[in-house]
Design a binder for this molecule. Structure first.
Ligand SMILES: CC(=O)N[C@H]1[C@@H](OP(=O)(O)O)O[C@H](CO)[C@@H](O)[C@@H]1O
Ligand SMILES: [Mg+2]
Length: 559
């Protein structure tokens, strides 16, 4: 590769940094009020371009702030396998975003290049795919990203336009594998896998009551229109899509979307009719990489509905059962089939009841990682089949390339038609799931398939285990980075004495569990508590929040 300093300096001069702002590479890239992001996005374009040269592959850059309000925006980079940017590059991305002027930008790049033997391995040409969600600021920021990419000699910026985040990740992965990588290819692959799975459903299986699809909350974001395109191709999917972002429907993420439903435990807007709420409902987030499911249950003696939430933990459990059933059918009959290592990955936010069910009822190994998809994804990739979900509905299923190869080439000597089918089903699952990152559209399809195979209503699915009551709180402190954690964020090491205080509080309630950690996306310390009753979970969360406030220099009045 060759760096053209003048080209870079001229391009960088058009994107001066905002005064007094420090950008941190958070859980998923840079996020801020859209008005101050141009410079950081331009520079993220440079990072993506260099990453493309370094890996000799196509890289992705997405303009979105996911579930955040419409005035915010952000930028995330998709790496060559379609997953999140390699973590070793995050400090570079952060230094570059915070460089004071064009000369510093050049210097940060030169230092990075020299340190990493970049010149020895880098290609001379590269390509970055650029996508954005529906935020009004997206057009301007995508242009800034394009200019950042093009500031690096030899790298092409391919503007893919409005996409969901997972679609962009999927395209990067497909393109680097030499597969068709257009948006149409994405719909074709998902719908093909879905159709095969439904066709291979064992006879007699299926919902007992007439199946009436899903009512889907599109969060007034990009997911709604993409889902309706998918619906046009997948004929067997009946959807009633609301909050599609039309003028009359409201603002992106305002009182709608997966984050709102999961955190507030409230029905999104335009889900008003009591009779409808008993049906199967789902909610996407603003960039459609998360999904949660829900339905309404008549509250006792009241003319109202309680929201019953089926979060990422329930989706994970459903998928684990479905896949385990396929493996069991296969292995019980085809004895020569190699042993398969199936594992699931959760974070400390996973409801304890889900973890217990997965371990004790299903006998599946459960790994725990820190919060953030980048951590879960890498852990899940260690298994032949690895499933991961955050409680907030972000997750997917990963099938190792070697395992897929076995599925493609294995020819069973024994076994029935059913076990042969299981082989094909596992292949079809790999077409439906997005192996780059969690994808609301593909999760919706796989949930439909799994429910049909189980013959379950949403209520049946909900009843596989009962969530332990939980509570989440936020505490403002002077400097949240002073909170240090260990053991996948389940224990605090600093400030001293805080962990001992949490242990004492957790011991006062039945089945008590609590932990605290600094948020990677907001300036708060998050508190999570779980216990045998809601009152106990609430009181445990509050007691822990008070300790955090006291021992970690809380701001304002104690909680
Ligand atoms: C408790 C919670 O929901 N945390 C979210 C949130 O991270 P924090 O680091 O907790 O702010 O945003 C992340 C990015 O979307 C997501 O991966 C994560 O699960
Ligand atoms: Mg999102």
């Amino acid at each position: 590769m060759e760096l053209d300093p003048d080209r870079l300096l001229t391009a960088a001069a058009a994107f001066p940094p905002p005064e007094g702002v420090h950008f941190a590479y958070g859980t998923a890239g840079f996020r801020a009020d859209a008005s101050i992001l141009d410079c950081a996005v331009f520079r993220a374009g440079i990072v993506a371009a260099l990453r493309s040269l370094h890996t000799s592959s196509t890289i992705g850059l997405m303009i979105t702030a996911s579930h955040n309000p419409i005035q915010d925006n952000g930028v995330k980079i998709a790496d060559c396998n379609g997953d999140m940017l390699c973590q070793d590059w995050e400090p570079f991305a952060e230094s570059l975003a915070n460089a004071h002027n064009p000369r510093d930008v050049l210097q940060v790049i030169l230092d990075f290049i020299h340190k990493g033997n970049f010149f020895n391995s880098a290609a001379s040409s590269g390509r970055v795919l650029l996508g954005r969600d529906t935020r009004p600021s997206g057009v301007r920021l995508l242009n800034a990203a394009r200019q950042g990419v093009e500031a690096i000699l030899g790298v092409d910026a391919a503007v893919m336009g409005v996409l969901t985040t997972p679609q962009l990740h999927w395209m990067v992965r497909a393109s680097n594998r030499g597969h068709g990588a257009s948006e149409q290819d994405y719909y074709s692959q998902l719908s093909h896998g879905f159709k095969c799975l439904l066709e291979m459903k064992p006879p007699g299986k299926g919902l007992i009551t007439p199946w009436d699809g899903f009512i889907v909350d599109g969060a007034n974001g990009v997911g709604a229109s993409k889902l309706s395109r998918l619906q046009g191709i997948v004929k067997d999917l009946k959807l009633d899509i609301r909050n599609s972002g039309g003028e009359a429907e409201g603002l992106l993420n305002e009182l709608v979307g997966a984050d709102y439903v999961q955190k507030e435990r409230k029905f999104p807007r335009h889900f008003g009719h009591l009779s409808e709420l008993a049906k199967r409902c789902a909610s996407l987030d603003g960039d459609a990489d998360r999904i949660v499911f829900f339905y309404g249950e008549q509250a006792e003696g009241a003319d109202a509905m309680n929201l019953r939430l089926l979060d990422g933990d329930k989706i994970l459990t459903l998928f684990a059962m479905f896949i385990q059933n396929q493996l069991q059918e296969l292995c019980s009959e085809v004895h020569e089939f190699p042993a398969i290592n199936l594992g699931v990955v959760q974070t400390a936010y996973a409801n304890g009841a889900s973890t217990r069910f997965l371990k004790e009822n299903l006998g599946i190994q459960v790994a725990l990682t820190p919060t953030g998809v980048k951590h879960l994804h890498h852990k899940a990739a260690e298994f032949d089949i690895g499933l991961y979900f955050e409680a907030n509905g972000h997750g997917t299923v990963l099938l190792k390339e070697e395992f897929l190869q076995v599925l493609r080439t294995f020819s069973p000597k024994s076994g029935t038609e059913g076990s042969r089918r299981s082989l094909q089903r596992l292949q079809a699952i790999s077409e439906v799931v997005n192996q780059g990152i969690g994808d609301a559209l593909s999760v919706l399809l796989l949930v439909e398939v799994a429910l049909q195979y189980m013959g379950w209503s949403i209520q049946d699915w909900d009843s596989i285990y009962t969530d332990l009551p939980s509570r989440q709180l936020k505490v403002k402190v002077q400097d949240r980075t002073l909170i240090k954690t260990t053991d996948a964020e389940t224990r605090v090491t600093h400030p001293l004495n805080l962990q001992a205080a949490i242990d004492v509080e957790a011991g006062k309630v039945s089945s008590g569990r609590a932990f605290v950690r600094p948020s990677g996306t907001e300036d708060v310390v998050r508190v999570y508590a779980e216990a045998g009753t809601q009152e106990e979970a609430d009181s445990l969360a509050r007691a822990v929040a008070i300790h955090v406030h006291e021992l970690a220099k809380g701001v304002g009045a104690p909680p």
